[in-house]
Design a protein around this ligand. Structure first.
Ligand code: GDP
Ligand code: MG
Length: 199
């Protein structure tokens, strides 16, 4: 994937790769679909009996598909910046893909569902351990804000500098706001040197 590609000429927008991560069923596919200005590339499969007992569907009675590879979308922030979004597969059996997906990523959104915070712990650990800047998007399913931001921060054991934004993954403007919070965070983290994509 291209990042700040030098062969596009000076006027070409900066292309930045962002990962949309979080556990199974937190709204990754939904968010990429909501913000993408290109028809999102999806690799959803219907959940089959084969996934019963493998994919944890507790609390997800409406979920009938699952992302087997990844979601891909694009959003133009302004004339100088385009984000390429890669939704990561949430199920544990696809974690081997994450080391490839992370190549060149400048930052990440980790989506959480307050009813099942634990399913996103691994994503947070992953980005923390690799020093990749991320923001946490709290997907308020059905508009339910059942915990305060402080409670969620504490439960996730988040570093104080990691932004936490409430959102509705289905809503384009709300999803865009999460991405804007990530861009602000990336710029703030620069402190002289831009965050470097993972080699
Ligand atoms: N009510 C509500 N449902 C949502 C929201 N975000 C996602 N969903 C639903 O929750 C399920 C899981 O979302 P999905 O995007 O497939 O999760 P993923 O596994 O992280 O990609 C789907 O049935 C979505 O339609 C939300 O903000 N509110
Ligand atoms: Mg998905």
């Amino acid at each position: 994937m291209a990042y700040a590609s030098s062969d596009q000429g000076d006027d070409a927008p900066l292309a930045v790769k962002i990962l949309i991560a979080g556990g199974f069923g937190v709204g990754k596919t939904t968010m990429v679909g909501a913000v993408s200005e290109v028809a999102p590339l999806r690799t959803e499969e219907y959940l089959t009996h084969a996934s019963v007992g493998v994919d944890d569907l507790e609390g997800l009675s409406g979920k009938s598909t699952t992302t087997v590879a990844l979601d891909f979308g694009r959003i133009t922030i302004n004339s100088g910046l385009v984000l390429y979004l890669f939704g990561t597969p949430g199920q544990e059996r696809f974690w081997f893909m994450w080391n490839d997906l992370v190549h060149g990523a400048m930052g990440a959104v980790v989506l959480v569902d307050t009813r099942r915070l634990d399913v996103s712990f691994a994503s947070i650990d992953f980005f923390e351990s690799r020093g990749i800047p991320f923001v946490v998007g709290v997907n308020c399913f059905h508009g339910v804000k059942d915990r305060t931001k402080e409670e969620i921060r504490k439960a996730l054991d988040l570093d104080p500098q990691v932004p936490l934004v409430l959102c509705d993954a289905r809503d384009r403007a709300a999803a865009r706001d999460v991405l804007l919070a990530l861009i602000d965070h990336l710029l703030a983290a620069r402190s002289g040197t831009a965050p470097q994509p993972v080699a």
